[in-house]
Design a protein around this ligand. Structure first.
Ligand code: BDR
Ligand code: CA
Length: 314
């Protein structure tokens, strides 16, 4: 199966994403690295370890990564979405992890796993891109060991953290710029426009909750998250952003992608953290000057929504 590493800031949808990878027979989950984001780094690390313990995957190593963005301070957590502890205030109900955190940090673990893997590895970054930018800058010798990055991040039409920017990119725009425009490693970008279309409803959640003890435990983490998405969607459902990216990593092609030029706004105007995706037809694009340094990445634009929801449930 596909060899996979998840870089994450749990986060309710991160918890679903980790569980999806941890339970799938089609992948070999080599490790999990954590990053600040939805909640502070100590909390994201604790949550990641507990989710793996819940999935009975104490064999998966976890290393702690960046506590803050590369350059500028982090302006806001997402406790208004995920609750104060990142898991709707329910993290204390999860089992305690036994396996200690790997010494040396996230970049060290990522490097070690890439070096020792017999095949190129898919990395799924589902938080701010700080660890991944650091890895790419520090270890150019390992770029070819990365099969692809399947990144949850970015917004084509409108954001969630701000009018223009999606949370993961907005949290560290300089890091996102480094990763998405470096052109060093193949990237799939799974933007929130698509993840919103993959939203799941109450019936989906109830089916999950009734499916067994893991499903029930995951469903129990959702009250605060549902409360946010009730407002964001206008109906009773939620958006499992990060699980959509992991689904693509496990089943390549479950999302339809288009190769499109992407740049990241890093200035301090109202669009800081925006992903500027050039969706003009290539014929039109060719007529105008595309600025130097604009790289194309595979942007997820569509999915078989019913198949995707069924896969997430399975
Ligand atoms: C992203 O932001 C976080 O709150 C979620 O976990 C997801 O990774 C969605 O914008
Ligand atoms: Ca996340």
């Amino acid at each position: 199966g596909t060899k996979l590493i998840i870089d994450t800031d749990p986060g309710v949808d991160d918890a679903f994403a980790i569980a999806l990878a941890a339970q799938s027979d089609d992948v070999e989950l080599l490790g999990v690295t954590t990053v600040f984001g939805n909640v502070p780094i100590e909390t994201t690390t604790r949550n990641a370890r507990r989710i793996l313990a819940l999935c009975k995957r104490g064999d998966v190593p976890v290393a702690e990564g960046a506590a803050r963005p590369l350059v500028h301070p982090h302006l806001r957590r997402a406790k208004y979405v995920h609750g104060l502890d990142g898991l709707s205030g329910r993290s204390a109900a999860l089992p305690e992890a036994e396996r200690p955190v790997e010494p040396g940090g996230a970049v060290r673990l990522l490097s070690r796993l890439l070096e020792s893997s017999t095949e190129p590895v898919t990395i799924v970054p589902i938080g701010p891109l700080t660890n991944i930018a650091t890895l790419l800058a520090a270890r150019p010798d390992l770029h070819h060991r990365i099969a692809r990055l399947v990144i949850m991040g970015g917004a084509l039409t409108h954001g969630n953290s701000s009018a223009a920017a999606e949370f993961n990119v907005w949290s560290d725009p300089e890091a996102a710029h480094r990763v998405l425009t470096g052109g060093e490693v193949p990237c799939v970008l799974v933007p929130m426009d698509l993840t919103y279309r993959c939203a799941v409803d109450r019936e989906w959640l109830d089916t999950l909750a009734a499916s067994g003890s893991l499903g029930a435990a995951l469903a129990a983490l959702t009250p605060d998250y549902l409360a946010h998405y009730r407002k964001a969607l206008g109906w009773e459902g939620m958006v499992l952003h990060d699980a959509v990216a992991v689904a693509e990593a496990i089943r390549p092609g479950i999302l339809r992608t288009e190769s499109l030029p992407v740049s990241v706004e890093t200035s301090f105007g109202p669009a800081r953290g925006a992903t500027v995706v050039d969706r003009r037809r290539p014929e039109v694009r060719a007529e105008t000057e595309v600025p130097d340094g604009v790289t194309s990445v595979d942007v997820a634009v569509d999915a078989d929504l019913d198949a995707l929801r069924a896969f997430l449930l399975e």
